[in-house]
Structures are given as C-alpha cells and as structure tokens.
Design a protein around this ligand. Structure first.
Ligand code: CO8
Length: 373
C-alpha cells in the first residue's frame, strides 16, 4: 500500500490588518449615516434603525481580534463597505490565482519541489472568482505544473475534502504530486453592513503538497493515516449568489447574495456533529482521543472549538493541544485548520499524531489524521 505524506505547506498573508476597533468605527459611522439619511422613514416605522456594533461583543462572542484583508480602504469606507479590486484583463493573472500561486510557491519550497513536479492542482475554496475556466487550471499554468487541475467547493470544508481527493489520486496512481490550494477572498462575499456577521471573516490563502512517501524529500513529512468526510444538508449557512440570479430579476446586491447564517443554530448543531465525527474517525484507526497530540480545528469561533474539544477530551484544553489562529486571522473559511497546521507543527516529534478537522456550511465535516515521520 502506497504511503501518502504531506511534504510542505505555504501561506499567503494579505498586506492589511483591520482591528476590531477600526472595523467597529467604520460600521458605526455607516449605521449613523444610514439612520440620519432614513430618519423620516425610521420615524414612521417603514424602515428599521441600524444598531451599533461593539468590540466587546465581537471578542466575547467569537474570540476574533483582527483580520487580514487584501483591500482595507474600501471595507472601512462608510460610503462603500466592501473591498475595491481593480478589474484585470483576461490575459492578466487573476487575483485569486495570484494569491494561490504565492502560497503554492511557498509550499513547493517547503517540500523541496518545483512547479513542474506537480501533476494535479486542486483549487478548493468557499467561493471561486469566476465560473470558468477553472481557477485550478490558471494556477497550474502560473506555477508551471503539468497534469490536470480542477476546482472544488464544500465551503469551510473545502480543504479537508480536497485532501482526501489528493490522497486517493496518489494512492490510485492518477497523480504523483498534488498541489492543494485554498485562496479565500472572503472579504468579497461578506456583508460588511450587517453587524451580526461583519466581524467574522478574513482573507488568506493556504497551500499544501501531497505526494507518495517514496518521492518525498522534505525534512518535514506527515503521513496521512486516514481521511473521513461527511455532509448533512442545512440552510443555516447560505449564500444565494449564482449564475441564475440575473434570470430571476432579483437585486444582485440583495442580502441573500452574500454570506448569512443562523449563528446560534450553527453553533448548537455543528458542535456535536464535529465531535462525534472526529471521535468515530479516530476509533476506526485504533486511536483514543487522549493519544492525540494536537487538534488543528476549523477556526470559526473560539467557544465552539472549546465545546468540541470538551466533548472529545472531557476537559478544557490549552492552545498547545488545539492552537487558535482565529484571534489573528478571523474565520478564513476552508483555510483556517490549514493555517493552524502550518503555524503550529514544528514542535511536534516523530510519532506524534494530530487531527486536521474542518466544519461548516453544508453542513460539512472533514477530518484528516496525520503522524509526523
Ligand atoms: N455588536 C454588538 N451586538 C451584536 C453584534 C455586534 N456586532 N452582533 C449581534 N449582536 C447582538 C445580537 O443582535 C443579539 O442581541 P439580542 O440578544 O438583543 O437579540 C446578541 O448580540 C446576541 O447575538 P447572537 O445570538 O447572534 O450572538 P452569538 O453569541 O450567537 O454569537 C456568532 C454570534 C459569533 C456568529 C456565533 O453564533 C457563532 O460563531 N456561531 C458559529 C458560526 C459558525 O461556525 N459558522 C461557520 C460558518 S463559516 C463557513 O461555513 C464558511 C462559509 C463560507 C464562507 C463565506 C465567507 C464570506
């Protein structure tokens, strides 16, 4: 049986940070402006007044302290409240492929590989910049890879679901060296004018090289012991943006065309789902949760991760057992658990076992159990 390893990871970090204080200041300026423009309609009861956001709420409810974004000015402009991206010609590298190629080159360097060694590119992300050609094919060209590439989207679980595809492709011999990449430009599909969610997301891109142990030369290798995926339909996290919008004659800027969720319901329903999923997966591989050195969990909410871990381990765990990157990066959709893995594995020793696990819209849960070689 071919042994499969993760031989390198890479991270693209956007140039700008927005702190909670900056975010709340911009939101409140927008809300005040909205309320004064609509004073008469608010007075008559026709329109509801906007309510202020607060730094204290954001930090207490989510654990998020700041986020990285590709464009800061547009997001913080009360007259705009969304990033501004310059349109690019078709023959220029697209923004999503640009950040993916950056993270990919770092992952290749970590793995000691060239772009030409890659023969499968999986672009796995919660949103694609366009319908076609596939982002993965543009990324394939940008890094000089051969073989083939395709896009896949399972929202926040896109990366772990893609890791299973990569592992299976190498096992089956349909690929030798896979680049799995997660360009998450969440700022473009977040509703910055909604206080319930304006603080949740940040931009980033992660990348990972997956190959057979036989071909890996990296000093830092992680054997994939198993992967397990599950989905269960829910409308509690939803975005109705799509190619049929223009035929439905609806407002392209309507609230349902960006991210929205029933946060409380998601919290309650996903915690038991994720904990049972990880426990079942570990058991199937002959592990007790107590044997696991580290959990690199999806980064949506600090309290949510603590609940999942309490269910799994039976007690509160430290950052050493389950590193938190959410405070710095916010929720980066599919990239969250991969950032946690990328930034927090150097101290682990050969034989240590860890679990990368994502959960989110769908609902979807994906877990990957790895052992340091
Ligand atoms: N400032 C002050 N008060 C606020 C704010 C704010 N910004 N926002 C809400 N409040 C108020 C509410 O109005 C409410 O007031 P009241 O009690 O008077 O009604 C009160 O605070 C409490 O509100 P909530 O019940 O909503 O607060 P919660 O404690 O539930 O916290 C969270 C909200 C943080 C959203 C929390 O529910 C949560 O994190 N849930 C889990 C969510 C989750 O894991 N989601 C996964 C989604 S990610 C994913 O799958 C990827 C999707 C694709 C990516 C899309 C990228 C854009």
């Amino acid at each position: 049986m071919t042994r499969i390893v993760i031989s390198g990871t890479g991270l693209y970090q956007p140039p700008h940070i927005i702190t909670n204080a900056e975010l709340v200041e911009a939101f409140n300026a927008y809300a005040n402006q909205f309320n004064s423009h609509n004073a008469a309609r608010i007075e008559s009861g026709e329109v509801q007044a906007m309510v202020s956001s607060s730094v204290e709420f954001i930090e207490k409810a989510s654990g998020i302290k700041q986020r990285y974004v590709i464009d800061k000015q547009g997001v913080l402009d009360p007259n705009r409240m969304r990033p501004h991206f310059e349109p690019r010609d078709d023959d220029q590298l697209s923004l999503m492929a640009e950040i993916a190629a950056d993270a990919a080159r770092k992952a290749l360097a970590a793995a000691g590989k060239q772009g030409s060694d890659v023969d499968m590119v999986l672009c796995a992300s919660a949103n694609m910049q366009r319908a076609y050609p596939a982002m993965a094919v543009e990324i394939q060209q940008a890094i000089g890879a051969g073989g083939y590439g395709f896009d896949m989207n399972v929202a926040c679980s896109s990366a772990t679901f893609a890791m299973e595809q990569a592992v299976n492709a190498v096992k089956c011999g349909t690929a030798k060296c896979v680049l799995m990449v997660n360009p998450e430009i969440t700022s473009a599909h977040l509703e910055w004018r909604d206080r319930d969610c304006h603080f949740i997301f940040g931009d980033v891109c992660t990348a990972m090289i997956i190959e057979a142990a036989d071909t890996a030369t990296s000093a830092d290798q992680w054997e994939v012991l198993g992967t397990r995926l599950a989905t269960q339909f829910s409308n509690n996290i939803r975005n109705n943006f799509g190619f049929m919008n223009r035929c439905e004659d609806t407002d392209p800027d309507a609230r349902d065309k960006t991210f929205r969720q029933e946060g409380r319901k998601v919290f309650k329903e996903v915690v038991p789902l994720a904990a049972a999923h990880i426990e079942g997966h570990l058991k199937s591989l002959g592990f007790e949760t107590g044997q696991i050195r580290r959990f690199w969990l999806h980064q949506a909410n600090e309290g949510m991760n603590q609940f999942v871990l309490r269910k799994l381990v039976g007690r509160d765990v430290t950052n050493d057992i389950a590193p938190l990157i959410l405070d710095t990066y916010a929720n980066t959709a599919s990239a969250g658990s991969i950032i946690a893995f990328h930034e927090h594995h150097d101290d682990m020793v050969p034989g240590d076992v860890g679990v990368i696990c994502s959960f989110g819209a769908g609902y979807s849960v994906g877990s990957v159990v790895v052992r340091r070689l």
